[in-house]
Write a protein that binds this ligand. Structure first.
Ligand SMILES: Cc1cc2nc3c(=O)[nH]c(=O)nc-3n(C[C@H](O)[C@H](O)[C@H](O)COP(=O)(O)OP(=O)(O)OC[C@H]3O[C@@H](n4cnc5c(N)ncnc54)[C@H](O)[C@@H]3O)c2cc1C
Ligand code: SF4
Length: 502
């Protein structure tokens, strides 16, 4: 195999929320940056409108990766330039204040989440990524019905804040935003970093960080074929200043462990799993019109957040109950369904290790919700089902195995409320993943310090969702970007001072 060599001041592995923001800040400060991304660059205008084709290109393992053990739970991740931001709905939430306080008092992160610096970062990102509230005209039938349910039941519903000020309501966020209204990293911070001189190498799968006497001096991996994903060349990129690993909460610990790092690396895996409830209405809902996600109900004290989530027909069809002619009949009513989901701030902790089989950046993720988590999940399903009826649904499909697949009255929701739910009865999915290189002041209980530098090493940083010591209960991309912004700005300044002194 041929060998490709390169060198830069800063080498960044991964181009998702963390990696792209690091590149934006460091290149913006005039630093020499190389971004390495395992997936391809997908131009939004060329991304297929058909959701399964789009998923095949942009999702890691076609969205088939699951946790291991008695309950295999799918984990959705992006594998393309922009990472999961290229397939997400653009929902924006600042770090909740109670979480910030917990990170200061229990994890010693007062410097990292210092209010002024963090607020400045949030404001800069909101300005640059065109963050705004979703207008009611973009709720679509799905959001309008959730707003109605909140009105009837007295729930604190609200328009979502998103980084998509020019959204046209095409309900296609999973496929990439056709008009580039949504400011995912592939259309915002990565091109901006490139304009500031950063270089991007795609289809570059990094296997390990090269360490010399405790210092990160570069990374090595392979360039892969875009179709077969087989290696076509060896790749070695040296770093004059630092290596920043931003490969996500699943892949970052795999790379660090393959590089010989141990301790808490891969521990404390946390998530916001959730599931969805579908309702059938007499009047058309037309989920294909409106923002993919536009309306939400944050219930922090219950560790739940309810959201609208419009699904294209290809993904909705398997959620419809029945078989044969009865199921076909349901397909004729595609425009009459609404779908809402919740995310749960679970207390369960799991673990990530390099997979013994599968090779590449394969990870083995072990995770199981606790009994208390499952009580909250049940509460979420009960609440969404009641809300569907409050909004006028004729039928509700709660999606709980072993209980009726379709219920027609609110009194039938009581059976779900009385049930003890096991994870195996549900189709939970996790797309918010955290914690596997967690930040903290105690090197025995954490992986990185409050500069996001790996304890006990030099020139090695982690800037992605792995550094969160806890989950949040809200959508995380804004907090990932803001933490990265703070740490990367300090790193750029330190590097600059070093260069001037030399
Ligand atoms: C379908 C979906 C919808 C979501 N919706 C929202 C939302 O609306 N709002 C919100 O706040 N959050 C949302 N999220 C979550 C959010 O997008 C993620 O939490 C966030 O993008 C994680 O950022 P990250 O930098 O940790 O990793 P990622 O964004 O996952 O980026 C990691 C990158 O590293 C690359 N990589 C991995 N391994 C290697 C390797 N070995 N070599 C080179 N490159 C590698 C990956 O290909 C990827 O591009 C959603 C997630 C999904 C999947
Ligand atoms: S709903 Fe459509 S237009 Fe709006 S942000 Fe998503 S993909 Fe873009």
């Amino acid at each position: 195999m041929r060998v490709v060599d390169d060198i830069a001041d800063f080498v960044i592995v991964g181009t998702g929320a963390g990696g792209a923001t690091a590149a934006r800040v460091l290149a913006g400060a005039g630093r020499d940056v190389i971004m390495l991304e395992e997936g391809p660059l997908l131009r939004t205008s060329e991304r297929p409108a058909e959701v399964l084709d789009a998923m095949a290109l942009a999702f890691r393992d076609f969205a088939t990766a699951t946790t291991r053990g008695s309950y295999p739970m799918p984990m959705l991740q992006g594998r393309c330039v922009g990472g999961a931001t290229a397939i997400n709905s653009g929902i924006i939430w600042r770090l909740p204040e109670d979480v910030r306080q917990e990170w200061i008092t229990r994890h010693g992160l007062g410097d990292l989440v210092e209010r002024r610096a963090l607020d400045d970062a949030f404001e800069a990102i909101e300005r640059e990524l065109e963050v705004t509230d979703t207008s009611p005209g973009l709720f679509g039938g799905n959001g309008e019905r959730m707003a109605e349910a909140c009105r009837v039941l007295g729930l604190p519903g609200q328009a979502m804040t998103r980084n998509a000020a020019r959204c046209q309501g095409s309900a296609r966020c999973l496929q990439g935003c056709p008009g580039e209204a949504r400011q995912s990293m592939d259309v915002s911070y990565i091109p901006r970093a490139q304009r500031d001189g950063a270089r991007l190498i795609t289809l570059a799968r990094i296997d390990r960080v090269l360490m010399e006497w405790g210092r990160a001096v570069g990374v090595e991996g392979v360039l892969v074929d875009p179709v077969t994903r087989r290696p076509v060349a060896q790749l070695r990129v040296m770093a004059r200043e630092a290596v920043i690993v931003s490969a996500s909460a699943v892949q970052t610990p795999v790379i660090l462990r393959r590089s010989g790092l141990r301790g808490m690396v891969g521990e404390r895996f946390q998530a916001h799993p959730g599931c969805a409830v579908v309702g059938r209405f007499d009047e058309p809902v037309v989920m294909s019109r409106g923002a993919t996600q536009g309306y939400e109900v944050p219930l922090r004290d219950r560790r739940l957040k309810l959201e609208t989530l419009a699904l294209p027909p290809e993904l909705l069809a398997p959620r419809l109950p029945g078989a044969g002619a009865a199921w076909q009949q349901r397909l004729t009513e595609m425009d009459h369904y609404a779908q809402w989901n919740f995310i749960c701030r679970m207390e369960a902790h799991g673990r990530v290790r390099p997979a013994l089989f599968g090779g590449g950046s394969g990870a083995a993720v072990h995770y199981l919700p606790t009994e208390r988590d499952m009580e909250r999940v049940r509460e979420g399903i009960v609440l969404l089902s009641r809300m569907m009826f409050a909004a006028g649904a004729r039928e509700v499909f709660p999606g709980v195995g072993g209980l009726p697949a379709a219920i027609r009255s609110v009194s039938e929701v009581d059976a779900i409320e009385r049930a003890t739910l096991r994870p195996q009865q549900l189709n939970m999915i996790a797309s918010h993943l955290f914690g596997t290189a967690c930040a903290g002041s105690d090197p025995r209980a954490s992986v990185v310090d409050d500069n996001l530098a790996v304890h006990g090493t030099q020139g090695l940083y982690v800037m992605d969702a792995s550094v969160f010591p806890t989950n949040l209960g809200v959508n995380p991309q804004h907090s990932i970007m803001a933490l990265t912004w703070v740490a990367a700005s300090r790193l750029a300044n330190r590097a600059l001072r070093g260069a001037v002194a030399a």
